[in-house]
Design a protein around this ligand. Structure first.
Ligand code: PNS
Length: 163
């Protein structure tokens, strides 16, 4: 069985992430989308909330499962016997950082974890979770960026209940 992990913060999941998930799910028998439990960041949504949001957003894709992980990606991948990580690349600015992480993971895992990159569809190339949060914090329009139910949850976090 061909399996892959798509790790990330997903705080919150955007249409860009969902585009990568949809396309990667067509390439693998099973795709595990995994939310990093990063104690050094203070996220908008808790890990549990992000996992639940991702489950809802991917409910129509049968070969996608959603989990969370802590610690190193290579250890988590090893525990699941998965050897491929998927990451999205929006622009050349993502590339340098992503290449460094991919090479580190390949080295650290003794070549047991490879990373493949999907170029984000052009229509979503401008999107990031950070900009979604900044726009929402000023009551701007995030409906083009995230699914409707996610937008409502983000607005709630910023106290805009009826957006
Ligand atoms: O959505 P993000 O925040 O860009 O995702 C980053 C993520 C979760 C893929 C990356 O930070 C990660 O894998 N962190 C786990 C710790 C780790 O394994 N780091 C790689 C060695 S530098």
């Amino acid at each position: 069985m061909k399996a892959a992990i798509y790790p990330g913060s997903f705080d919150p999941v955007t249409f860009g992430h969902l585009d990568v998930i949809q396309r990667a799910s067509n390439m693998f028998d099973e795709l595990t989308v995994s939310v990093l439990n990063n104690t050094q960041k203070s996220p908008l949504f808790s890990v549990e909330e992000r996992v639940n949001i991702l489950k809802e957003a991917t409910r129509d894709i049968p070969n996608v499962r959603v989990e969370s992980f802590s610690g190193l990606l290579i250890d988590y991948a090893k525990s699941k016997d998965i050897h491929v990580a998927v990451r999205g690349l929006r622009a050349i600015t993502d590339f340098e950082f992503e290449l460094q992480i991919a090479q580190t993971n390949r080295k650290l895992s003794h070549e047991q974890l490879d990373t493949i990159f999907l170029n984000t569809s052009l229509e979503y190339a401008y999107l990031s979770s950070s900009s979604v949060k900044e726009i929402a914090s000023f009551n701007g329009d995030i409906y083009p960026c995230v699914p409707e139910f996610v937008a409502k949850l983000v607005y709630q976090k910023y106290g805009f209940e009826n957006r």
